[in-house]
Design a protein around this ligand. Structure first.
Ligand code: GLN
Length: 542
């Protein structure tokens, strides 16, 4: 029997609902249950693929090629369950589907309305997960009180009624702000938020209260009284120094016990949390520190590179070192000397990116890493820039560039127009719609013998997730290889370059895919483990 847990958020956004859901998923797993997590986003975009990373943070790509909300990254990192395209939906997607059905005549002449047609479509998304796991956790994006959330709240209310209390519970995440002048945490916004939720017919059984300091017993009692919630189910969710501590702290506060209690599950095993304890021990007692320079362009919103940041931390956990991330705007290097900024870095990373702005600065950062023999990891755009750098500075192809920046005499990187997906060929043109049309999701890659990557992976064939529209032009391969840039990973048919590496460099790898999407704290990605190891070594040399 599948049980459903709905997670809503109140008071303000950015409370860490996604993280909380992921942590609860991990706790249920630790008790021996299977879990599936999904996210319902009230915004109108069909998917976050076309949204700016500045506004919405990273786009998380699944194996099956969906561009999804970054919370799915938290879910996968905490539970190890590979996220699927069907784990995320949006108002845009729900309406698209309803309107398609209306055009087809599926509704047999009915007047199409938010209730029941939109709310039914939302429930279908949830119901489809029935039977796929012991617990299905559904996070509702946004904040209770938003206009866009209303159909989602109505849908989960109806769904909860339909399956009954023993199969569906509601958890509400709120904030207790600290007011210095009063010297206390305030419960009023939480009371109002629960009231708002109740006005939609949803009574939360558990409150997860975010706060930056201890919540006194009196305050918990007050919240319980005013919000009509069992006092033990008012759970403090205090700030912690590492997100990987969250499962442990939530457990200590009784979250998973209370979830069991809500469902009337009496004989659940105690969770085995040793995996999380070990991770925290490695994070809290590092044996050293490395500094990684990330040369990008979405550097002022930490969420833009969410999975990347985490994957680097995982690499640190595996090497028992703290990884200090030093974000730099690539554009700086267009007017200033990279030496002034990069001299202290133990590793340099150019992450994924789009568009011309900052590209020349990234190429300068690549050149610096190559010449100074500093470990370099180029991801997607970072690989493309590494190839352009080699073409210009090692092969003397002065006009080497990418057609992503406009017409180009030597298009070392060009638009992908055709590639193989399974048994079919995908085709694209410059005029194709932007949404959902990149080369997306998991594709296999063969690693050449005698290369660094083959060593790093300890395997000859791998599968990694992609999200790109441009590719390195194979007609330059021979010239580049002659100059020392080896094409060490290729698509199985040998037509698409997937990985490049410099022969005469201690650690220089560019990958066309996004390895960060598959890294987990308890199963760190080999590329990040090896990159951080090389950075540790470099740190000892300087
Ligand atoms: N803009 C590049 C492309 O579309 C790189 C994409 C990325 O880094 N994810 O190919």
């Amino acid at each position: 029997m599948t049980r459903f847990i709905f997670i809503t958020g109140g008071v303000v956004s950015s409370l860490g609902k996604g993280l909380g859901s992921a942590a609860l998923g991990a706790l249920l797993q630790a008790r021996g249950y299977s879990v599936r997590l999904c996210k319902l986003d009230p915004y109108l975009n069909v998917d976050p693929g076309t949204m700016s990373p500045f506004q919405h943070g990273e786009v998380y790509v699944t194996d099956d090629g969906a561009e999804t909300d970054l919370d799915l990254g938290h879910y996968e990192r905490f539970t190890g369950v590979p996220a699927k395209g069907t784990d995320n939906t949006t108002t845009g997607r729900i309406y698209t589907s309803v309107l398609q059905k209306e055009r087809r005549g599926d509704y047999l002449g009915a007047t199409i309305q938010v209730i029941p047609h939109i709310t039914n479509e939302i429930q279908d998304f949830i119901r489809e997960k029935d039977g796929t796991a012991d617990f299905v956790l559904c996070e509702i994006g946004g904040t209770v009180g938003d206009i866009e959330s209303l159909p989602f709240l109505e849908a989960i209310r109806q769904f909860g009624n339909e399956v009954g209390r023993e199969r569906a519970i509601f958890i509400h995440v709120t904030l207790l702000p600290y007011i210095p002048a009063a010297g206390e945490l305030k419960t009023k916004p939480t009371q109002h938020s629960v009231k708002e939720l109740m006005s939609h017919g949803i009574r939360p059984q558990i409150l997860l209260c975010r706060a930056d300091r201890e919540i006194e017993k009196d305050e918990r009692r007050k919240i319980a009284l005013f919000c009509n919630i069992d006092e033990k189910k008012v759970i403090p969710a205090l700030d912690v120094s590492s997100i990987y501590e969250v499962p442990l702290t939530y457990h200590a506060e009784g979250l998973d016990d209370e979830v069991m209690d809500c469902f009337g599950i009496k004989k659940s095993k105690k969770p085995d949390l040793s995996k999380w304890e070990k991770i925290i021990q490695n994070i809290k007692e590092p044996e050293g520190e490395v500094k990684i320079a990330i040369v990008g362009k979405y550097t002022n919103l930490a969420d833009s590179y969410k999975s990347l940041n985490e994957a680097l931390i995982h690499g640190g956990i595996a090497n028992k070192v703290k990884v200090r991330l030093d974000f730099m705007e690539a554009e700086i290097f267009e007017s200033e000397n990279p030496e002034d900024y990069l001299a202290g870095a133990n590793g340099i990373l150019v992450p994924g990116g789009f568009g011309e702005r900052g590209a020349e600065g990234k190429i300068k950062a690549v050149q610096y890493a190559r010449e100074k023999k500093i470990p370099y990891l180029g991801i997607c755009f970072g690989m493309q820039m590494a190839v352009i750098e080699a073409a210009r500075n090692l092969c003397s192809i002065k006009n080497a560039g990418s057609t992503e920046f406009g017409p180009c005499k030597e298009s070392v990187v060009g638009l992908m127009t055709e590639w193989v997906k399974g048994n079919a060929t995908e085709k694209r043109k410059a005029s194709t719609d932007k949404g959902g049309t990149m080369r997306l999701g998991a594709y296999p890659c063969h690693l050449e013998k005698g290369t660094l990557v083959r060593d790093v992976y300890g395997a000859s064939d791998i599968s990694e997730r992609h999200r790109h529209r441009y590719e390195v032009n194979m007609s330059y391969r021979a010239k580049l290889e002659e100059a020392g840039l080896r094409f060490s990973g290729l698509s199985p048919d040998g037509t698409l370059p997937e990985i490049v590496e410099h022969k005469d460099h201690p650690w220089f790898i560019g990958v066309q895919f996004h390895p960060e999407l598959k890294s987990k704290p308890f199963d760190p990605h080999p590329l990040f483990v090896s990159f951080i190891k090389a950075a540790v070594k470099q740190g000892r040399l300087v």
